[in-house]
Ligand binder design. Structure first.
Ligand code: SAM
Length: 290
């Protein structure tokens, strides 16, 4: 089987199998070898690594991963792609293809089985609407992860790595940066895919942190405060939190907590760092107990 990664090879494979793209599965296949090389390089895959690939498509990226990794497990939801993957990956003995929905897999069990419970690397080029939920699920369920390299919509990459005070900064920046350090590896224009998507994409690597960058007494409370602050972006932090249906603090309680940690009560959420949200959360936690 020839090495995939250019438009001619992809068209040939698709025609041979009479494959039809399914919109519901977000199928845009990569057709640019330079981007494929960039992804493998960004993911820092070595011959010691086990890699979980989510959404292999016809196996283009998978071939590159097999060349670099010790072992690859590729999870693909579309049954029409399974016979194609069997053919395009036939010459690799370090890959397994699992037919299924990644949202229904026990990824911790996969890490145990294929990597002795040690941190795994994840590479994914997925439909954009499920990428963020999958990443957050991986982080929140504390699956042992070394890094996660994903293709996302350019705007989503910008939001993940945004700093406080910028217009891209929001709940997603804080959620991602609580668990990982983001690194933008490449911008990928629509013409690198078949069919072409309507938006620009980017490859982002999230290096998972061994310890969270802040210690907070009640993680759930901190993330509720974060959501409340950004749900009502135009409101001051104290109004945003006091109005949140998820929380039951008064405006006065919030103002007092902000004052104690040395922040003006008229501040907007977009100015606060993760450290300041953690401090606010701990302070409000005290008033909850009083
Ligand atoms: N990795 C290939 C590439 O770069 O050419 C294909 C990328 S395409 C954007 C997304 C792939 O994810 C498709 O093959 C699609 O069928 C698969 N997919 C979509 N939802 C999935 C899910 N929930 N679980 C596993 N695979 C999924």
């Amino acid at each position: 089987m020839a090495k995939l990664g250019n438009p001619q090879e992809t068209i040939q494979v698709l025609q041979k199998h009479d494959f039809h793209f399914q919109k519901k599965f977000g199928q845009n296949f990569l057709i640019d070898p330079r981007v494929l090389e960039k992804i493998v390089e960004a993911a820092e895959v070595t011959e010691d690594d086990f890699v979980l690939e989510i959404g292999p498509g016809i196996g283009t990226m998978t071939q590159y991963l097999c060349e670099h990794a010790r072992q690859v497990l590729a999870v693909e939801i579309d049954s029409h792609l399974i016979p194609i993957l069997q053919e395009t990956l036939a010459e690799y003995d370090n890959v397994e293809v699992l037919h299924g929905d990644i949202l229904k897999q026990d990824i911790r069990a996969i890490a145990d089985r294929y990597n002795g419970g040690k941190p795994i690397k994840v590479v994914a080029n997925l439909p954009y609407y499920i990428t963020t939920p999958i990443i957050m699920e991986l982080f929140e369920s504390r699956v042992p992860l070394a890094n996660v390299t994903v293709m996302v919509q350019k705007e989503v990459a910008d939001r993940m790595k945004a700093d406080p005070g910028t217009k891209e900064y929001g709940a997603l920046s804080l959620a991602v940066q609580y668990y990982a350090k983001p690194y933008l590896a490449a911008n990928v224009p629509p013409n690198c895919f078949m069919p072409r998507p309507n938006v620009g994409s980017a490859v982002i690597r999230l290096d998972c942190l061994a310890r969270t960058p802040v210690e907070v007494q009640d993680e759930k409370l901190m993330f509720r405060l974060i959501r409340a602050s950004f749900n009502q972006r135009r409101k001051t932090l104290q109004n945003g939190i006091a109005n949140s249906p998820e929380l039951s603090f008064t405006k006065e309680q919030v103002a007092e907590a902000l004052e104690t940690i040395g922040i003006s009560p008229t501040v907007r959420g977009e100015k606060l760092s993760l450290q300041q949200f953690a401090a606010l959360s701990d302070e409000l936690n005290k008033s909850k107990e009083r």
